[in-house]
Design a binder for this molecule. Structure first.
Ligand code: ZN
Ligand code: ZN
Length: 115
């Protein structure tokens, strides 16, 4: 009888594992379609995603390239550039924007751009 109990228990555990696996796949795929950079409507989450991107090493490298191209000069007033402004944002492939879309600015000019 003891063997039978363990067998049933095994089936129970196995089905539990299977069920949670299915649940993970279902939940995973449905939330996957809501991934920020794939959606047009979820601007906020995209923005959040972008905020994360701005902390990334890839962005730091890109920033450097833009500063170098613009000779560390604000493209509005000619002061020392400290910030990079997006003229355009990549819609789906965040982080894949061409550097033509980016411009070096000083802090006051950048603030003006966003007002
Ligand atoms: Zn400036
Ligand atoms: Zn900006």
């Amino acid at each position: 009888m003891e063997v039978f109990d363990t067998f049933l228990e095994g089936i129970f555990v196995a089905s539990l594992v299977l069920f949670s696996l299915i649940l993970i796949i279902v939940v995973g795929s449905s939330s996957g379609s809501r991934r920020p950079y794939k959606s047009k409507t979820k601007w906020l989450t995209r923005k959040e995603y972008y905020r994360e991107y701005l902390k990334s090493e890839a962005w730091q490298r890109k920033r450097y390239v833009v500063f170098k191209r613009d000779n560390w000069t604000c493209q509005e007033c000619g002061a020392k550039a400290t910030e990079v402004h997006h003229l355009k944002y990549a819609k789906y492939q965040i982080g894949k924007e061409p550097i033509d879309w980016l411009v070096s600015l000083c802090s006051p000019c950048h603030r003006k751009k966003h007002n």
